[in-house]
Design a protein around this ligand. Structure first.
Ligand code: DOR
Ligand code: ZN
Length: 433
């Protein structure tokens, strides 16, 4: 007998198939069997009542730090995967800046083995651009690809050498792998700890100019034109970066880009309002209002392809310090949906585009399966309550880390059910800590 589940009465938003309306999703043997207005449910078939909720493809996050191997006190593959499915994510790409870094097949294989043992989200490893992420020599892209890496990145660090970047583009092109880049000119960043501007001056903190990001994006677009390949710009934070990517796309360059929920929602002024709270410190830093406005417009018009969390867990040991010396990064998997849903209420983003930026668009960027509820696709599904009001409580996160700027904020919108390959891997209110 086949295994059947009906997700009934919800508003199915599936930009990949052009569906937006009340439908029933029928899941059979782990796959989407049907998305239909009217279907008869056999009396003994299992059902999820999705009335008043959204039913979307499971979210795909191209940018997550899982910290295993090496820093399991911050996060493991299993705890990161638990946080992912609680946030509606069914596929997450694991950044390689672990200890040791993922620049060889044995680390890639370890991440995949831990993910398989956890049995929650699909975890796709990203390998290093340079050996040891040291920016000197290229990693072995053939080995990384064969082991299961879907992209290459030195994230956390820029590729400072232009000639190494050129060779990385050429070498990655031979393997069909995208290069995901963290764009900051190290010399312009200097000892900066937040966005350079009036707020940094007032707070007495060293600034990082927006141009530190702009010049690296412009450099890599020039190198992309020279060398070919595929370039994906991670966590774009500046108006100038957006302008450069928009212009490059117009010229037909194969560039894609992501924005994070925090860069879309917060500004450098929030660093001041928070009272030097290190949970508002990340790389690149929160920018000015006009940068944030540019990011929102760019996400709406597709210049920025997708939303990626840059989920970056850190413990109190790295975070409970003065702003200057605290680690960069915040957790994001369990707050991404409500934080970005707020953009639809202010009119900055349509609901359809929001869902697309979490599903079909990231899948397209890395050419991954998923991001769609098309018939025959694996049943990776998120059920989301867009009206659920809740208070963010980092102590209740499935993530091992608590470094969130939304601690104790009132949020609207929450994932209630997550299915991966037809299996219910998360249900709100069940088995919670
Ligand atoms: O804020 C950040 N944290 N930005 C990065 O690029 C890396 C990340 C981390 O690994 O903690
Ligand atoms: Zn980064």
């Amino acid at each position: 007998m086949s295994d059947v589940l009906f997700i009934e009465g919800g508003r199915v938003i599936d930009p990949a198939s052009g569906v937006d309306g009340v439908r029933t999703v029928v899941v059979r043997d782990g796959k989407v069997a049907e998305v239909a207005e009217r279907v008869e449910r056999p009396r003994d078939a299992r059902a999820i009542d999705a009335r008043g909720k959204w039913v979307t493809p499971g979210f795909v996050d191209l940018h997550v730090h899982l910290r295993e191997p090496g820093q399991e006190y911050k996060e493991t593959v299993a705890t990161g995967a638990r946080a992912a499915v609680a946030g509606g994510f069914t596929t997450i790409c694991a950044m390689p800046n672990t200890k040791p870094v993922n620049d060889n097949a044995s680390v890639t294989e370890l991440v995949l083995a831990r993910a398989a043992a956890a049995g929650l989200a699909r975890v796709l490893p990203v390998g290093c651009i340079s050996r040891g992420q040291e920016g000197q020599d290229l990693a072995e892209y053939g080995e990384l690809k064969a082991a299961g890496c879907v992209a290459l990145s030195d994230d956390g660090r820029p590729v400072a050498s232009s000639s190494l970047m050129r060779r990385a583009l050429e070498y990655a092109r031979a393997f069909g792998l995208p290069l995901a880049v963290h764009e900051e000119d190290p010399l312009l960043v200097g000892k900066g700890v937040m966005h350079e501007g009036p707020t940094a001056t007032r707070l007495g903190l060293k600034g990082i100019p927006g141009a530190a990001e702009d010049v690296m994006i412009l450099r890599d677009l020039a190198l992309l034109e020279l060398a070919g390949g595929r370039l994906h710009v991670q966590h774009v934070s500046t108006r100038g970066g957006v302008r450069a990517i928009r212009e490059a796309k117009k010229r037909g360059l194969p560039v894609t880009a992501e924005a994070t929920p925090h860069h879309l929602a917060l500004t450098d002024e929030d660093v001041g309002a928070s009272g030097y709270d290190p949970d508002f410190k990340m790389n690149p830093p929160l920018r000015s209002r006009s940068d944030v406005q540019a990011l929102r417009e760019a996400l709406a018009d597709g210049t920025l392809d997708c939303i990626a969390t840059d989920h970056a867990p850190h413990s109190a040991v790295e975070k409970d310090l003065e702003f200057d010396v605290a680690a960069n990064g915040i957790v994001g998997l369990e707050t991404a949906f409500p934080v970005c849903l707020a953009l639809t209420r202010s009119g900055a983003l349509s609901e359809r585009r929001l869902v697309e930026a979490f599903t079909a668009s990231p899948a397209r960027v890395y050419r991954l399966p998923g991001g769609s509820l098309g018939r025959g696709e694996a049943a990776d599904v998120a059920v989301l309550d867009p009206a659920a009001e809740w208070r963010c409580d980092p102590a209740a996160f499935r993530s091992k880390s608590r470094n969130s700027p939304w601690k104790s904020s009132a949020l609207i919108g929450r994932c209630t059910h997550t299915l991966v390959g037809g299996k219910l891997v998360f249900e709100a209110g069940k088995g919670e800590r």
